[in-house]
Design a protein around this ligand. Structure first.
Ligand code: NAD
Length: 468
């Protein structure tokens, strides 16, 4: 959707159901020329949008969220059809995604700035916040609704237009969200979605100086490319890249609680989640008991089409992601890991990976070093707190971490020492609009959600009044 109009497009791209391989729809392919029109439309719309009262922008964002709630079932079915996740998770994502619009609707009214006590007599020192200008987002396929609203809610609330390039695998959810934005009264040019070839569409976004900020969620490899590409026009870049979260279970904790937490932190979104518990470190004293209980819980998961009500694990959205899981399993088994489940099923299609527990995983296996983006759980024994902290931190990713312990002193020590942007102590879930989502090290730059997320789309101006 460019400048309030649907693009006809000379060419079309097919969208498939990853569970069956069937064609769901085809979408018009936007070109670099369409992107240039979109950038001009955003630039044109920017002045009027930033000129609205924050309360008025907030009202429009709230209407958009209401329409998402009103249409949540249709959106969830569309999301599951093209992404593959279980329908209940899609319903949750739609509500989670709408929540960012509502939350930023209010936060946009609180872009207060600061008054600084003057360092000289008679001075008045102010810090003011201004919308940065035209913004762009390149979004992934694992959360095709929420990764758009988490970025757009903040940008629009800050007073900035946003152009979104969604993942080619999941354009239908993005276009449905754009249709609701238009119905909610978001003015033309303020929120645009262009579907097409990622490189062709990102080039104008990267090189046009009118685009002042770029927010990306996806792989570290593409994140690096975009960061380099944005350098020529010195854009503000926020990156939410991969994770490889450690999940540390100490032997003082209730086993059932830890297993329940590991199930939730590992298998949500069929494991295709940057927060997924990928390296599950369990203290030696409870290691065997944990593995047995975890294996039993994994065996109860049902794999199938996301629209089947009994499904817990859907297909991988991309075949390449399924193949990477198989490669990591093969590597671990070849190096001595034990596996709890059969890995192939003739009944399911090539995008399915059966939930698999790998135990006795050692630090030389690929799965310990590379992000696992699927339902494969690697469990590693550890002896001491000192040892596990060092092993958990020995990774270039630093997005999320999890610690399970009933010892409050230990919990406090680990909360200081684990190198990550988000840490859950005795909980598998901690995201939501008010929290600063983002990572340390090569997991990214900047934050989404929270007041920090709003500031990604704002410029600061410091003003010093001398003698008045
Ligand atoms: P990707 O980084 O290729 O895709 C994410 C987005 O980037 C999509 O919109 C895609 O079209 C776009 N893109 C791809 N190449 C681009 C380019 N050269 N220029 C501009 N945009 C480009 O991710 P993927 O290949 O689909 O998945 C691979 C791995 O990335 C996954 O296995 C996972 O480890 C990671 N990933 C992480 C997240 C996350 O939530 N942080 C999301 C998706 C994928």
């Amino acid at each position: 959707m460019v400048d309030g109009c649907w693009v006809a497009g000379e060419q079309r791209d097919v969208v498939i159901d990853p569970a069956t391989g069937d064609e769901l729809a085809s979408v018009a392919r936007c070109t670099a020329a369409d992107m240039n029109v979109a950038i001009a439309a955003a630039e044109h719309a920017a002045a009027a949008w930033r000129g609205l009262l924050p309360t008025r922008r907030g009202a429009i964002l709230r209407s958009w969220a209401s329409l998402m709630y009103d249409n949540s079932e249709e959106l969830a079915i569309l999301l599951t059809s093209e992404q593959g996740k279980p329908l209940e998770e899609s319903r949750h994502e739609v509500a989670y995604g709408a929540g960012f619009l509502e939350w930023f609707a209010a936060e946009g009214e609180r872009a207060y700035g600061e008054t600084i006590p003057s360092h000289k007599l008679g001075g008045l020192l102010q810090v003011r916040m201004y919308p940065i200008g035209v913004t762009a987002a390149i979004t992934p396929w694992n959360f095709p609704v929420a990764m758009i609203t988490r970025k757009a809610g903040a940008a629009l609330a800050a007073g900035c237009p946003m152009i979104v390039k969604p993942a080619p695998e999941t354009p239908l959810s993005a276009l449905a969200v754009a249709r609701l934005a238009a119905r909610a009264g978001v003015p033309r040019g303020v929120f645009q979605v262009l579907v097409g070839n990622p490189i062709e569409l990102s080039e104008p976004l990267l090189h046009d100086p009118r685009v002042r900020a770029l927010s990306f969620t996806g792989s570290t490899e593409v994140g690096r490319l975009l960061l380099r590409g944005a350098a020529d026009t010195v854009k503000k870049v926020s990156l939410e890249l991969g994770g490889h979260a450690p999940f540390i279970v100490f032997d003082d904790v209730d086993l059932d609680k830890a297993v329940k937490g590991a199930m939730a932190a590992k298998f949500a979104t069929s494991g295709q989640d940057c927060l997924a518990a990928n390296r599950i470190y369990v203290q030696s004293g409870i290691y065997d008991a944990f593995v047995a209980a975890f294996a039993a819980a994994i065996a109860r998961l049902t794999v199938g089409h996301g629209l089947e009500p009994t499904t817990n694990i859907g297909p991988m959205t991309k075949l390449s992601v399924a193949n990477k899981c198989r490669m990591q399993i093969d590597d671990a088994v070849a190096k001595g890991a034990r596996t709890s489940s059969a890995r192939v099923s003739e009944r399911l299609g090539p995008n399915f990976v059966l939930p698999t527990l790998l135990s006795d995983v050692t630090d030389d296996m690929l799965i310990v070093h590379e992000e696992t983006f699927g339902p494969v759980a690697a469990v590693l024994p550890f002896a001491s707190e000192e040892e596990v902290v060092a092993r958990a931190n020995a990774n270039e990713m630093g997005l999320a971490g999890y610690v399970y312990t009933d010892d409050l002193r230990r919990a406090l020590r680990l909360s200081e020492r684990i190198e990550c942007g988000m840490l859950g102590i005795n909980t598998p879930s901690f995201t939501g609009p008010p929290i600063p989502f983002g990572g340390w090290k090569q997991s990214g730059l900047g934050r989404e959600g929270s007041r920090h997320g709003l500031s990604e789309y704002m410029e600061l101006k410091y003003v010093c009044f001398g003698d008045l």
